[in-house]
Design a protein. Structure first.
Length: 166
């Protein structure tokens, strides 16, 4: 009985190996696409340009907060109690506004980056499907822990992205 199970297992492995030998497998490195694709570079520059005014505003407020804090620290001994409390309250109010704007900036930036990357990967997935059909791939993996460079089609995808951008 045990011999039959072992023989059946060996036969199944042999069959599976034969099927795999006839299969065409590919792999795509998404991180490399984000680093090398012209669309990703354009999206990054566009986002930076769009968010630059808000970033500059945050930098201005941060500088203002620093100046206020230095002024409070430097003049705390000579200031009247009421004036010191007023300055500290103004500092606290501005600091809360700064933190709120900073949080909104990060959230908006993250959302925008996600939207841009989703659009790029929608195009990437179409290209991968086209390559798979044209070159008769049985399966293409994204984000494999390891893939032999022989089956890596990332450069083909990036080239097709570049060709499609023209």
């Amino acid at each position: 009985m045990l011999k039959k199970s072992i023989l059946a297992g060996i036969a199944l492995l042999s069959f599976s190996a034969g099927v795999l030998a006839d299969s065409k497998i590919g792999s795509v490195n998404s991180q490399k696409i984000l680093n090398d694709a012209p669309q990703a570079a354009r999206a990054k520059k566009k986002i930076e340009k769009d968010f630059e005014p808000r970033d500059q505003e945050l930098q201005r407020i941060a500088k203002q907060l620093k100046t206020m804090q230095e002024n409070i620290d430097k003049n705390a001994v000579t200031m009247a109690e009421g004036e010191r409390r007023t300055k500290e309250r103004e500092f606290g109010d501005l600091n809360r506004e700064f933190q709120r704007k900073q949080r909104e900036f990060r959230e908006d930036l993250s959302q925008r980056q996600n939207e841009e990357m989703a659009a790029i990967f929608e195009r990437v997935n179409k290209i991968i499907k086209q390559l798979a059909e044209a070159e008769k791939y049985d399966i293409i993996f994204q984000e494999a822990v390891y893939a032999n460079p022989r089956i890596d089609i990332t450069d083909k995808v990036i080239k097709a992205l570049g060709d499609g951008a023209k």
